[in-house]
Design a protein around this ligand. Structure first.
Ligand code: C2O
Ligand code: CU
Length: 569
């Protein structure tokens, strides 16, 4: 009791010093070196070389406080081109280090280096970094943990410990070969062979028994788990046997506490949750497996596990109890979880949802087909190759990056005609659609947005080729998810049900299968910002587009100059 009083008095005193300005909580600069290189890893009883950062898989965790700047010296000692992206970091006015290949930079070639500056602003919670070049993000990724600034604290009880939970994916074959093969044959990529928690498939696989990730907990204590979905092609369901959990954050921002028995998490997304060790001392499984909405799309049906083990003297049940996960095709489990997230919307963490919209955008998201390259037959529908588009445009890569072309006013690299609305209106989610609508246009078009515009963007999934969910991700911004629904968006009716009070602030949101989602953001970050589906197969097929947010008039509203060591194409 006495020590509690002491603690309280000390905290009061520190608060007083802070209030009086005796302590300055200043942003720091943190330095790291990332050496990209091959390293041998053994999973599922076989060994292969994978591309890593510093030989680690998953890669190193970056720690920072809100508002800090991190400098990462990236050295490419691998045998392929690479770029690194800081997923969810807004990089105010500094797109140069953002990372998407041929959007904001040319790749770092083998033997090359690039010193990247990661500019944190209001992000707080869990984000991550990953390679943004072909399919190398399968093994090149890691967590970014952003603590509250000195003098501030979590809007929830202080946890006993904090633990990253990185959900990943493993192929027995080389990931570059998986990519090249499906790009060549025109069909869906081969499934992975396992999902992973913190790099391990878990002890349902006999050869990974000793290395399964285990979290030791003390009865009565609360643990903060920082979950990241790094997998390539699947939304995942996750649950802990016998425990309810409390979601407290997503994508580097706080949410209202949400009690739940499971999580649905999209590739790209992060979920922070509290686990209270309040069950009978035992060992319990936590487990994750895929959600899959398109019956025709093959997918990895395996389950990955890790273990929560209570401290103390007892005989654990063997095997530990497994949690119940929603069925593979349980769309309502996905939407009801995603639809329950709310911004914290407190005095310290207010929301700022744009209420007056100056720019309305409506983008269809489609799976398409394109004719196979001459005198070949492809293995996609009707002997064609699978493709994908936003507003019927399938993204073509450019010889130099779009940012460079924009900044130096180099013509002929991209057009500025990305359509605000689909070129053709049709019943997007009809059960059957004319085959002629399946062919997209190939182009590199950007959408220009005036600085400080207030943007509403409605994504509309279509049922072309196959209706499927699309976890859409925007670089350079977080956005408020103000509404979503199944079927076609109704511009007269649906906006009436928008949540403009406490919508979740996210950087990735899964537009449900044959459904829509509406997001809002204020375009106050000038730069060149990629937006794409975070399913790797879809972005490889062309489901991405680029926004250019113009400079404002004020000197503080312009893109900063590029660093001297930008990689050359
Ligand atoms: Cu997490 Cu453009 O990516
Ligand atoms: Cu997609």
């Amino acid at each position: 009791m006495g020590s509690m009083v002491m603690k309280f008095l000390i905290l009061q005193f520190l608060g007083f010093l802070l209030f009086e300005g005796f302590i300055h909580s200043e942003a720091s600069i943190i330095r790291h070196t990332f050496v990209v290189k091959e390293a041998p890893y053994t999973r599922l009883c076989s060994t292969k070389n994978i591309l890593t950062v510093n030989g680690q898989f998953p890669g190193p965790t970056l720690y920072a406080q809100t508002g800090d700047t991190i400098i990462v010296d990236v050295q490419n000692k691998g045998n392929q081109n690479i770029t690194i992206h800081w997923h969810g970091v807004k990089m105010p006015r500094y797109p140069w280090s953002d990372g998407p290949e041929f959007i904001t930079q040319c790749p770092i070639k083998p033997g090359g280096k690039f010193s990247q500056k990661i500019v944190l602003s209001d992000e707080e919670g869990t984000l991550w970094w990953h390679a943004h070049s072909e399919w190398s993000r399968a093994t090149v990724h890691g967590a970014i943990i952003i603590y509250p600034k000195n003098g501030t604290t979590y809007p929830f009880p202080k946890p006993q410990a904090e633990v990253p939970l990185i959900l990943g994916e493993w192929w027995k074959s080389d990931i570059q070969e998986v990519m090249e093969e499906f790009m060549e044959n025109g069909r869906d990529p081969n499934n992975s062979d396992a999902f992973l928690i913190n790099g391990q498939p878990g002890d349902l696989y006999s050869c990974s028994r000793p290395d399964t990730f285990k979290l030791t907990v003390e009865y009565g204590k609360i643990y903060l788990l920082r979950m990241i979905n790094t997998v390539m092609n699947n939304i995942l369901f996750f649950s802990v046997a016998n425990h309810q959990i409390t979601v407290v954050g997503t994508d580097g921002s706080y949410t209202k506490p949400l009690k739940t028995s499971y999580i649905a998490i999209s590739p790209g997304q992060t979920i922070d949750f509290l686990l209270e060790a309040n069950q009978k001392p035992n060992h319990y499984y936590m487990a994750a497996r895929a959600y899959n909405s398109a019956p025709a799309v093959p997918f990895d049906t395996t389950t990955t596990t890790a273990i929560i083990q209570y401290e103390g003297n007892y005989r654990p049940s063997s095997p530990p109890p497994l949690p119940q996960l929603p069925a593979f095709n349980d769309t309502s489990a996905l939407t009801s979880f995603a639809g329950s997230l709310r911004s914290l919307a407190s005095k310290d963490h207010p929301v700022n949802v744009p209420l007056k919209i100056s720019t309305n955008l409506f983008f269809t998201l489609s799976i398409n087909t394109l004719p196979c390259a001459s005198n070949n037959t492809c293995e996609g529908p009707g002997g064609n190759r699978l493709s994908a588009s936003v507003n019927n445009i399938t993204l073509q890569t450019t010889p130099i990056d779009i940012l460079e072309a924009y900044y130096r006013q180099i013509n002929g690299i991209y057009g500025t005609d990305f359509p605000k609305f689909p070129p053709l209106a049709f019943n997007y989610t009809a059960a059957s659609l004319p085959v002629q609508l399946r062919t997209p246009r190939r182009a590199t078009e950007v959408r220009m947005i005036q600085y400080n515009s207030t943007v509403e963007l409605v994504f509309q999934g279509t049922n072309l080729v196959a209706g499927v969910d699309h976890p859409m991700h925007l670089h350079g911004y977080s956005f408020y998810v103000v509404g979503w629904g199944i079927g076609n968006f109704d511009k007269d009716k649906d906006p009436k049900n928008y949540n403009l009070v406490d919508p979740p602030l996210q950087n990735t949101f899964a537009v449900p299968k044959n459904g829509w989602a509406a997001i809002r953001f204020k375009a106050d970050n000038p730069g060149v910002w990629f937006m794409h589906c975070h399913f790797e197969r879809h972005v490889s097929w062309g489901m991405g587009m680029t926004f250019i947010v113009t400079n404002g008039n004020h000197p503080d509203a312009k893109i900063l100059p590029p660093p001297p060591d930008m990689p050359r194409c």
